[in-house]
Design a protein around this ligand. Structure first.
Ligand code: SF4
Length: 494
């Protein structure tokens, strides 16, 4: 039964807490942030009459907070918290108290917080910053950053072995009597040429054996069999990129620049000028940044922030985004990009990537160069022309209707329609715009903080839901740190 949080009984050993310095970071965070909101947030996920002790939600949420603050795994944070005096104090425990099992952390994330409540976690800390009078500006800065999928660095052989081991383990865990009936993992020599084929064959054999022995399999076993089948049934997956998609189906390939790609997720972030993150949206790595503006704006407004100005890069300059901001009386401080503000590409399947400044075609090839055509005097007839590699087009499976046999080039053109955006172009040339757009880089520092100190370089778990959870909890932690800094700045120097 979940009851209101109660005060712990202080033991004789709590005297030790006097050793924690008054200016310790956790003391400041405890002072500045109210964590009690979590009880109400997860109340409906607890049974009304039976269940966990009263203090569980706040204790587990504070553990998640410490975990993100110090970028530790579930096991490590429990190990550390058991012996770290400051952590124990922050958790509201006595020095001799035992910590919960690490498995309770994932249960709390997945079943207590879940998809619905996690958004409220961020809103809660944003509201606290407003109530403390820390947010004065009416501007938000938006940007995206990327996180590598947990499987990013795995080679095909490792992915195959991993999929086989996971399937084997889950079957043995649930049906230990079957262990002897399952085929054994093959022993491979170092640098064995056909290692991938042997492992692929083993995975197929293992999957078939499990299906024969357990025809009514369900839950985790079904999930692992499904992954094994995806890998086994499509040989193309042995190419590095495909096989990674099989084990993290929500992750996507995206581009950091014209030469660097990544496999993973994108976090789209909105932040006030005081550096309080007000909204987080998570998508696969291939998604278009501009399409997230509306959601970021809505999340920010519903957290109680008044928005009169949006500062962002060219990705947010689409016709729809400019209209959306205009309808909300918001000034867009976003440089126009002819490809983006044109309102999307004409031919389905072609996508513009602003980080790499190229167009990706339906076959996944990207343009290899770009040129501007038309007269400078007559802006109406100018076009941006993207060129594709015709050697690849000649053998492309999608060439029908896209590339004529014998053609010397394959291009994709976009008209530069300057006349439709006169008002925004005039604003872009003003001193106000030039001064305001200088504020944009501060969000890049925030992105660097998320990655360098709090583990956002790489996904900790697989799947969009877990990535979203990781991103929002991390935003909560960096906001809490920022609130402490802003409060200190407000205090008169002694
Ligand atoms: S024909 Fe060329 S441009 Fe068209 S889809 Fe194929 S590779 Fe891409």
């Amino acid at each position: 039964m979940l009851q209101p949080a109660k005060q712990m009984t202080v033991s004789f050993h709590a005297e030790l807490y006097k050793l924690i310095p008054e200016d310790h970071q956790l003391r400041k965070i405890h002072e500045a942030i109210d964590f009690t909101f979590i009880h109400e947030l997860v109340r409906s996920s607890y049974c009304e009459y039976y269940g966990r002790p009263a203090n569980e939600p706040e204790l587990l949420f504070r553990l998640l907070f410490l975990q993100v603050l110090h970028n530790l795994s579930d096991d490590r944070i429990i190990e550390e918290a058991q012996v770290n005096l400051a952590y124990k104090w922050f958790l509201g425990l006595n020095p001799e108290d035992k910590l919960p099992d690490p498995s309770q952390l994932s249960r709390f994330r997945n079943h207590r917080l879940g998809a619905g409540a996690v958004d409220e976690v961020l809103k809660s800390v944003v509201r606290q910053s407003i109530e403390k009078g820390l947010v004065k500006s009416k501007s938000i800065i938006i940007d995206s950053t990327h996180t590598l999928a947990a499987s990013q660095n795995q080679k095909p052989l490792e992915v195959l072995r991993d999929a086989a081991k996971r399937l084997f383990r889950v079957v043995v865990k649930k049906h230990s009597r079957l262990e002897k009936k399952l085929p054994r993992l093959p022993e491979l020599k170092k640098d064995q040429n056909d290692a991938e084929k042997i492992m692929l064959h083993y995975l197929a054999e293992l999957g078939e054996t499990v299906e024969t022995l357990l025809p009514d399999h369900e839950g985790a076993i079904s999930e692992k069999i499904k992954i094994a089948k995806i890998i086994v049934e499509d040989e193309r997956l042995l190419a590095n990129k495909g096989i990674m998609s099989a084990i993290d189906p929500d992750a996507r390939f995206g581009w950091k620049s014209s030469t660097k790609s990544f496999f993973g997720y994108k976090e789209h972030i909105a932040m006030t000028e005081e550096e309080i993150i007000t909204a987080v949206e998570v998508t696969g790595g291939s998604s278009d940044d501009g399409k997230q503006l509306k959601e970021l704006l809505n999340q920010t407004l519903s957290a109680g922030i008044e928005v009169q100005e949006v500062i962002g890069d060219t990705a947010y300059s689409s016709k729809d985004n400019l209209a959306e901001m205009k309808s909300k009386k918001i000034q867009p401080v976003v440089p126009l990009n002819p490809v983006v503000h044109h309102g999307g590409l004409r031919q389905e399947g072609f996508e513009y990537n602003k980080d790499a400044d190229f167009v990706i075609c339906p076959a996944g090839q990207h343009s290899i160069r770009k040129a501007v055509q038309g007269s400078k005097q007559n802006g109406k007839s100018r076009s941006l022309v993207f060129y594709f590699d015709t050697d690849k087009c000649k053998t492309c499976l999608f060439r029908e209707g896209c590339f004529k046999p014998g053609a010397k080039s394959k291009t994709y053109s976009i008209r530069i329609m300057a006349e439709h955006f006169k008002e925004q172009i005039e604003f872009e040339n003003s001193d106000t715009f030039k001064e305001r757009i200088r504020r944009r880089p501060i969000i890049e520092h925030k992105n660097a903080e998320l990655k360098r100190y709090h583990g956002m370089t790489k996904a900790k778990y697989r799947g969009l839901f877990c990535m979203r959870m990781q991103a929002i909890l991390t935003a909560f932690v960096v906001n809490a740190k920022r609130i402490v800094t802003l409060i200190e700045k407000m205090q008169p120097a002694s």
